[in-house]
Design a protein around this ligand. Structure first.
Ligand SMILES: [Zn+2]
Ligand SMILES: [Zn+2]
Length: 292
């Protein structure tokens, strides 16, 4: 384990393919700000929800990485397809990176901890190092379940195809402005919202659970990431499919999973128990008394 993870967050040479792609996406995203219209904005918001919530939050993260609930295979593949529209790499690579993050959170080997620098945790790890480009041995070690699944391996290899297809459809129905806003602006902003979970919610916010890492709960990151910002709750109980634990901890990814359950498409949903929440609260009260 040590030899494999110790190379993960090494600052290697700049990865020019990724860096040039990021420069193009950011440049086109700025241009897209001058192409906004009442037609493309609602379409883009729906695409943001499809890619960010159905795809990344409900799919890549809570289903594929942590198996916090189960769905029929067809639903699993559909959520994976949605996640590819976010351009966060193939699902298997994403899952491997994230499982390594949980295995060594804020410790040596964590692919994106702010302890290695705030900029590094937000975006630097994408532009340098070995992020999301794992060797097959690492992938088989951290995601043996997905590596055995031929459909997942196929989708992982051709992760960029769904986004290109969506861009072609948008261009066909609305021209350049639809392509720029629906793809470049949406993807660029969506990437930063996901990266905030790695940077901001390991830096700023509140902590319900006394975890051994720096994870925090942040309402504004949660709003931008469909509920992923309740990150301290998540690190304390990684397998739980529900991250927002009170009515005001807004968690759209959980509402989506609940909708799947209502439709009979999600089962064996893992939750943080009331006792576990109460225990965390008692520890906080004890700490307050100690401090007083
Ligand atoms: Zn984390
Ligand atoms: Zn996680």
């Amino acid at each position: 384990m040590e030899t494999i993870t110790s190379n993960i967050n090494k600052r290697g040479a700049i990865k020019w393919n990724t860096t040039i792609a990021m420069i193009i996406f950011h440049g086109c995203a700025v241009a897209a700000l001058f192409m906004l219209s009442w037609k493309i904005v609602p379409i883009t918001l729906v695409l943001w929800w499809i890619s960010g919530s159905l795809g990344i939050g409900m799919g890549f993260h809570r289903l594929l990485t942590h198996r916090g609930y189960q769905t029929p295979k067809a639903v699993e593949y559909f959520l994976t397809f949605c996640g590819l529209l976010a351009l966060e790499g193939g699902a298997i690579n994403w899952v491997v990176t994230h499982r390594i993050h949980h295995a060594s959170t804020d410790k040596p080997g964590d692919p994106h901890t702010p302890r290695d620098g705030r900029w590094w945790a937000h975006m630097g790890w994408i532009l340098r190092g070995t992020a999301q480009q794992h060797e097959e041995s690492v992938m088989k070690r951290y995601a043996p379940d997905l590596m055995r699944d031929k459909v997942h391996v196929f989708m992982n290899n051709y992760y960029y195809v769904p986004l290109i297809l969506s861009g072609a459809v948008l261009f066909a129905i609305g021209g350049w402005s639809f392509l720029f806003v629906g793809v470049f602006l949406r993807v660029t902003i969506g990437l930063h919202f996901t990266w905030l979970v790695n940077s901001a919610t390991h830096l700023w916010g509140t902590r319900r659970f006394q975890t051994t890492d720096d994870s925090t709960n942040s309402w504004w990151v949660a709003l931008l990431s469909f509920g992923e910002g309740w990150h301290n709750n998540h690190h304390a109980h990684p397998r739980a499919a529900k991250h927002g634990l009170t009515w005001y901890e807004v968690d759209f990814n959980w509402y989506g999973i609940r909708a799947l359950k209502f439709l009979g498409l999600a089962k064996e949903i893992r939750l943080i128990s009331a006792e576990q929440i109460a225990t965390a609260r008692n520890i906080q009260l004890a700490d307050l008394k100690k401090a007083a």
